[in-house]
Unconditional design. Structure first.
Lengths: 356, 356
DNA sequence: GGCAAGATGGCAACCGCTTGCCAGAAGCGT
DNA sequence: ACGCTTCTGGCAAGCGGTTGCCATCTTGCC
């Protein structure tokens, strides 16, 4: 084609036909690098994202130019053509829930290790608002981690049909999930209480929509039955400290010598209300919580609780998600997931009934 | 118009000359809407983002089409040409720091109210890693909120030169910041202790790099001096529970009758170690913390502490940031910022020296 | 009825980066 | 040396929106 010659001849124009160049202001782009290194922008792109694809000398030249310009790839520009954002979202209903600490920690670490950014989004309100939040964040992330979610199964599946989703502390049919093994810790708890001499236990449950509350009840129930102990349920309750306080009266009425609360917050509420009512702990009432949250050992007596490997759970959930989004760091489908077993942490809020 | 007829006649062509159309898979785009509504994509764009710019009937038709297609604008595609992401980042050094609860809460709420998404990013490690995290997240957000940051002033200014930045709980020259008014609460505290009969106080300080620790010391110092009380400093210390535990011995050695800790975590450590050593609280030692974190009232005795309006602070910081990024919901430069005054919460860990 | 100001909507050029396709150069086997 | 495979790197078409500019239609007004 003669075009080429024509182009070459017109080269003397101070502004070559190349598209853009150092716009002066604004961050440098691959066009700037291209110009500096004397190559085509596409070559720069390859040098930067497909090591080995181009000649090593050229690649070095480009890297040098990039460094000189202090170039940083624009993640949104990159995301547009590829559809991948290198970002994962962790959606939670309530970020002040101490249970999330470990989860966020572990998730953050695993994500960072794979070069992914983790964004934590909170939806303080109802499930509907949470669905909205999810939909809003979904387009800008590669995958979604659902933790203390108030979404129902079908909403979750709906999300899962659009982007990879992993649920934490819950099982949803057809959606990947990470759930610590409740059984171990509960079994330990029941044995612990049984050995202390307790024969009558009451479970103060969480919200009726809480998968985990139901699950804990089921396991507890089976374990208790196996020993011929008696078990009652008080609930459903909101998973808060106040709900624990409010449940105290009914716990006393139940006549049980030991109470297992759905979570530490409720257990602490129970504990404080018991003390306020002159009940001697743990002699007159043994209390066990779940999660071993921050502060659960500040109480008097310190709370006996079933600890979950939250940090590991968060980490594993992210790995799973990374696998699902096809990231290098992610584990394959059949990868052996490390055991996430719960364990009983015995502190001061449990003792033999009648002990002083 | 004859055009209309022509269009209608040529309609038989299966693939009209329009660019893209419902690709089958993938989310619907404005091109799909354009096709369905029989207008140009640019018109769709306008209908969706500039209400009133086009004819109301057309606009309605487009909205109907959008609804029918379940269209949702692709935020990254939108961000590319505009440079605005409608996202704000909150960068923290340690997300398990209970101080952040309120801040995150308030920030999240204010951001959501303005239609912005708040992403929380954690950088568990050193200031350098934090700088890296900041740079990584910066390109995809409109502004940055720095909270428990370990960045130094110059690093912060560097960031601020690229995108709007607001710092929380700290003052940095040339960078907007939100800092609760420490003075009120500290003054109350000193008066409280003075009235109880304390004349000798010791301050267990935080990290040497903590602007807030220094600030609290300064205010405390001034207030104490004004009353002719004696004040000593023990530190610097890491702002942790363990550091509080470790500082106990030196607190006793100081002979002070009351101790003010940089934060609640340290105060609680102090409190527990004191109890463990048989010191009767609060009679033999009064303890005051800062922040009123979650769990600070679980202790025995419950902790007296200086509460900061963290939630308000988070909210206000976001408003400031929104103003800086030119968002509608943000407040102008001179907008009157609501008072963020701290207050003393008297609980059980303070009493007259020698009281039983 | 004629004309200027507004209203309306199309065109096309980006935003910064990725990638399929392809041509020319280099390396290779026989 | 020659035909062929492998390297290299350029071209250009997007990704999904946004927006300046402009042509055409409406209106309002004298």
């Amino acid at each position: 084609m003669s075009d080429k010659d024509v182009e070459g001849a017109s080269e003397q124009a101070p502004t070559p036909p190349r598209r853009r160049a150092r716009s002066g202001r604004g961050a440098p782009t691959i066009y700037d690098i291209a110009e500096l290194a004397g190559v085509n922008p596409s070559t720069v792109s390859r040098a930067l994202s497909q090591p080995g694809r181009i000649n090593v000398k050229t690649e070095q030249r480009i890297h040098a130019a990039a460094k000189e310009l202090k170039y940083h790839v624009n993640p949104i520009a990159r995301a547009l053509p590829t559809g991948r954002t290198n970002t994962l979202a962790l959606l939670v209903a309530d970020i002040t829930n101490p249970v999330l600490f470990g989860i966020v920690r572990g998730a953050e670490r695993a994500a960072a290790a794979a070069g992914y950014t983790l964004v934590v989004a909170e939806s303080q309100e109802s499930g509907d608002l949470e669905a909205t939040a999810a939909r809003r964040v979904l387009p800008s992330v590669d995958g979604l981690l659902l933790s203390t979610t108030r979404l129902d199964d079908s909403q979750i599946r709906e999300l899962a049909s659009r982007k990879p989703v992993v649920v934490l502390n819950r099982e949803v049919d057809g959606v990947e999930g990470v759930v610590p093994d409740v059984a171990v810790g509960v079994e330990e708890t029941v044995r612990h209480l049984y050995d202390l001499g307790h024969r009558s236990i009451v479970y103060v449950s969480g919200p009726s929509t809480s998968w985990m509350s139901r699950r804990r009840w089921d396991v507890l129930s089976a374990s208790v039955r196996a020993r011929g102990m008696s078990l009652a349920e008080i609930g459903p309750n909101r998973p808060t400290l106040d709900a624990g306080v409010a449940a105290f009266a009914r716990v006393r009425l139940s006549g049980a010598t030991a109470v297992v609360a759905f979570n530490d917050l409720m257990a602490i509420g129970l504990l404080r209300e018991a003390t306020r009512n002159g009940v001697v702990l743990p002699g007159q009432l043994s209390i066990v919580g779940f999660d071993d949250i921050f502060g659960s050992d500040f109480t008097t007596p310190p709370l006996t609780t079933v600890r979950s490997p939250l940090e590991d759970a968060g980490e594993q959930a992210v790995r799973l998600l990374l696998g699902a989004v096809g990231a290098p760091g992610g584990e394959g489908v059949g990868a052996p997931s490390r055991d996430l077993r719960t364990e009983l942490v015995v502190r001061g809020s449990t003792a033999a009934p009648g002990a002083r």
